[in-house]
Design a protein around this ligand. Structure first.
Ligand SMILES: Cc1cc2nc3c(=O)[nH]c(=O)nc-3n(C[C@H](O)[C@H](O)[C@H](O)COP(=O)(O)OP(=O)(O)OC[C@H]3O[C@@H](n4cnc5c(N)ncnc54)[C@H](O)[C@@H]3O)c2cc1C
Length: 398
């Protein structure tokens, strides 16, 4: 009988060991990744070196690329099995990169929509961590919430290839990426619902350029990029012309759910730090833990965590079952983003100035929580989309 934890591609040798594993993954992230976070956050050669060390350690421990397909060199865990350890892995923003699961969305997309040449050229190298990808949809001067307005254009050439021209921004990880998936208009006019396509662009191509870094609340990782007449081979089109929004929608549903799991892991970390601080610090009036207003922070943060986790689990279960999860992912995404921001804020408050300084991960967790309410679609977009879907079920035309 097929192992229900796998995608059916056959499990890696040590899977039984690897699935036990939220604990093993959690320990790896706590003991190896947390201590290197400040170096990793700093970027540059020191960060690259620290990441390489972590990746070698993850491979040596049989924890590499657990949710990626076994036939491509990954651990072969199904999405449902991976969801069991994604919280622990995501307790650090660097966990997925260190453990090789960061390319999950791209591997799935290329595996499903890439043409044979593209699959052959990139998939195994992506799973092995030899190349990196990024995803460029949002553009300067164009509302990211309105993809029909995408201004980047790809013009078809006589040999079937494409010439891509446009600008993107907030492209995570673009510096250092080998490939960028670009959403571009291949037919129709500005604002049309049809005519958007996805192209896989090698960043070494003439005309591709990283324009500038865009620090988010002071931290690196996002970039503005330019595509000045970049020539892209015909077989680097993903899916068919005009399929961008369908492919992106599928990717975003999974991506948002993964982010929710990781944000739960990060919020749990902030919560634990807050409780530790409350129990061990205080003044002449006794430990902070005895102060009712501190207890209120603990209660509010715990309530936010405990009420969000079931929403995320519901989204995971529907996606794993291949069912329509749009409403549940929308609810989970808004709840998890708010929750991380709230819990990190409570934890900072209980730490006082120390919570804003460099000695705890709390500023980073708060930053992630704030950005969470905008990236992958701002709260408002999900709120209105969920409400409209629900109201349509009640016969409203909203
Ligand atoms: C840290 C970070 C990483 C990112 N990574 C990537 C990436 O890798 N690739 C990529 O393509 N993009 C990325 N983005 C961009 C992100 O996806 C967009 O910022 C997001 O989708 C919103 O688009 P926008 O910024 O253009 O906001 P806009 O569309 O201009 O919206 C601005 C504001 O208008 C309001 N608004 C918009 N629509 C509605 C509505 N329907 N109802 C009510 N109010 C509304 C909201 O308050 C919203 O915040 C990233 C962003 C951040 C912050």
């Amino acid at each position: 009988m097929e192992d229900p934890r796998t995608d059916g591609g056959g499990a890696a040798g040590q899977e039984a060991e690897a699935v036990a594993p939220a604990e093993r993954v959690g320990r790896f992230v706590r003991d190896r990744v947390f201590p290197r976070e400040s170096v990793l956050d700093g970027g540059g050669p020191a960060a690259a070196e620290a990441l390489a060390v972590l990746r070698a350690e993850a491979r040596a421990e049989g924890l590499w690329a657990l949710p990626l397909p076994a036939e491509l060199g990954g651990g072969g865990l199904s999405f449902a099995a991976y969801a069991e350890l994604a919280e622990a892995e995501g307790a650090s923003d660097h966990g997925p990169a260190a453990l090789g699961s960061a390319p999950l969305l791209d591997v799935r997309m290329l595996d499903r929509y890439g043409r044979p040449g593209v699959r052959e050229a990139y998939l195994k190298r992506l799973v092995a961590g030899e190349i990196r990808t990024c995803y460029a949809m949002t553009e300067p001067g164009v509302p990211g919430t309105d993809p029909f307005r995408t201004a980047t254009r790809a013009e078809r050439l006589p040999d079937g290839g494409w010439r891509v021209t446009g600008r993107k921004w907030f492209t995570s990880g673009a510096a250092g990426a080998d490939l960028v998936t670009v959403m571009a208009r291949t037919s129709g006019a500005d604002g049309d619902r049809e005519g958007l396509s996805l192209l896989l662009v090698p960043t070494g191509s003439a005309g591709f350029r990283v324009v500038r870094e865009l620090p988010v609340l002071g931290v690196a990782g996002q970039y503005e990029i330019a595509l000045d007449g970049v020539l892209v081979p015909a077989d680097h089109l993903l899916g068919e012309p005009g399929e961008a929004l369908a492919i992106a929608g599928e990717r975003l549903l999974l991506g948002r759910t993964l982010r929710c799991l990781r944000w739960l892991g990060q919020a749990q970390r902030a919560f634990d730090l807050m409780c530790e601080r409350a129990a061990t610090h205080g003044g002449s009036r006794g430990p902070l833990a005895d102060q009712q207003l501190v207890q209120a922070h603990v209660f509010d943060a715990l309530l936010a965590l405990r009420t969000t986790r079931p929403l995320v689990r519901e989204a995971v279960a529907l996606i794993a079952a291949g069912q329509d999860a749009r409403t549940e992912v929308g609810l989970a995404k808004v709840a998890a983003a708010r929750m991380l921001q709230q819990v990190a804020d409570c934890a900072i408050q209980v730490h006082g100035a120390a919570g804003l300084g460099p000695d705890t991960p709390l500023p980073g967790l708060f930053r992630t929580g704030r950005a969470a309410r905008i990236l992958d679609g701002p709260d408002e977009l999900h709120i209105t989309a969920v409400a409209r879907r629900v109201l349509r079920g009640h016969g409203r035309s909203a």
